[in-house]
Design a binder for this molecule. Sequence first.
Ligand SMILES: *Cc1c(COP(=O)(O)O)cnc(C)c1O
Length: 299
Amino acid sequence: MILNNSPISQFEYKNHTFFVKRDDLLDKNFNGNKARKLAFYLKHDFQEIDTIISYGGNQSNLMYSLSCLAKLKNWQFIYYTRSLSKTVKNNKYSNLELSIKNGMQLIELDKEYSHFTSNLTTTPNQLVIHQGALQKEAECGIKQLAAEINTWAELNHLENINVFLPSGTGTTAFFLQKYLDKHQVITTNCVGSRNYLIEQMNSINYDNSKLPVVIDNKQYRFATPYKELLNLILKINKVSQIKFDLIYDPVGWRILLENLKIIKGTILYLHCGGLTGNYSMLQRYNYLKNKSATFKNLK
Ligand SMILES: *Cc1c(COP(=O)(O)O)cnc(C)c1O
């Protein structure tokens, strides 16, 4: 299976033109940057492998894509996460539920989670995919994404474009910048601090490449409901006629819009997919709608 050449759409907002690279449209099961990160595994045969081992958050978009990969390849998929609350377990249509339906074996770890996942040992039939696929195998598909962007810029005679995307591990932003040497990649930290994001990017920077620009997000904590962010993303969805994700994109758009003055030239926003994660995030918003005055009059 080869997934590439996603289209680019555009819309106007606040007197600016925003181009959007539609990696959300790559494929139903494999979309966004997770499809790019897993391209290496989709492209090649792995004779000796019969099991994927991974770990991370219990609503992770990568977890869901890995469950699709395992199903496609007829492999087992073992996923380690921290102990789950009842609400998380009962979440309908969430990445967790969909992944379990695909055959994922979930193993909950308590205090031993950090030690266990940083000391994973495997046998030759097992493939380890680290949290967020922060590893060199992700480079292959992201290099292809960069090639598509380079070609688009050339065909449209656009020089020095700005490619913006929100970051988790920074894997996508880092490898994109590596192959977009004539253009500027700009990102922001959605998980943890700006320094932590830079540290993670440096952990895969084995040939001393230039890092993307990281605009500091000091305000918004990961996967936390903020009324102003929900309102913003609903507005962007409406104006653009594109559906964005509710975890990374609201922070991404907020930081991008706040910094338009310092970003000169064409802006290409990378849609990183992840819409299956919207169900569980919307449930968090709905929960607050009944509980808290701030959220009461949410649409
Ligand atoms: C995973 C994900 C990201 C973050 O990707 P990184 O390469 O880990 O920085 C951003 N947006 C969406 C929708 C994602 O699913």
